[in-house]
Design a protein around this ligand. Structure first.
Ligand code: IMP
Ligand code: MG
Length: 183
């Protein structure tokens, strides 16, 4: 698709890494696996705002089970394209996790620092189980080992935008996942 937006800080949208049709197909597969794995024990999905919001909205409709969901918003201190590991909760969950089968929905696991923090935080609320589904995984960037139970796509060490992922809050509404050429 053509991107008609002004460059914000000298960046430009580069090639499509994963197109819309491939994303939809893979989300359908993840939903089918989750449906099998959670049959008889409805999952409570937690979407991590804002990046996972688009993935979350598609994933819940690919799961053929009764389920519930909630959102948590986090921010990590640091520059636009790197995570410092210092995470802060901007909006907490509305509901308790105690005794529930919780599935954390993330957009991307990069260094793993955000997910590590979130896992510790959510585990302290005593869910019955906690698993993680991430649309994208950049294993080559990992700084801390952290389990990811369901992964959409493993991608190389490139900064990507679209399908919820941003650069300085922009490009989240691109339907494809694209490489961003940084200034
Ligand atoms: P981590 O703490 O380094 O694993 O980073 C996690 C967060 O950094 C993600 O939830 C994203 O918000 C952001 N992030 C990491 N890599 C990218 C990328 O390639 N594009 C857009 N955001 C990214
Ligand atoms: Mg982000």
């Amino acid at each position: 698709m053509t991107v008609n937006w002004f460059s914000h800080m000298g960046e430009s949208v580069g090639p499509v890494l994963i197109d819309e049709a491939s994303i939809q197909k893979r989300v359908g597969e993840l939903g089918a696996r989750i449906t099998e794995d959670y049959r008889g024990r409805p999952p409570h999905l937690i979407g991590v705002l804002r990046g996972a919001s688009v993935f979350h909205a598609d994933l819940i409709r690919a799961i053929d089970l009764g389920l519930s969901f909630d959102f948590i918003a986090v921010a990590s201190y640091g520059p636009a394209t790197a995570s410092s590991g210092e995470v802060r909760i901007l909006k907490d969950l509305d509901e308790s996790l105690e005794g529930r089968d919780v599935l954390l929905v993330e957009d991307i696991v990069d260094t793993g620092l955000t997910l590590h923090y979130l896992r510790q935080n959510l585990l302290s609320r005593e869910p019955k189980t906690l698993r993680v589904v991430a649309l994208l995984n950049k294993p080559s960037r990992r700084k801390i080992e952290v389990p990811v139970d369901y992964v959409g796509f493993e991608i190389p060490d490139r900064f990507v935008v679209g399908y919820g992922l941003d650069y300085d809050q922009r490009y989240r509404n691109l339907p494809d996942i694209c490489v961003l050429n940084l200034p």
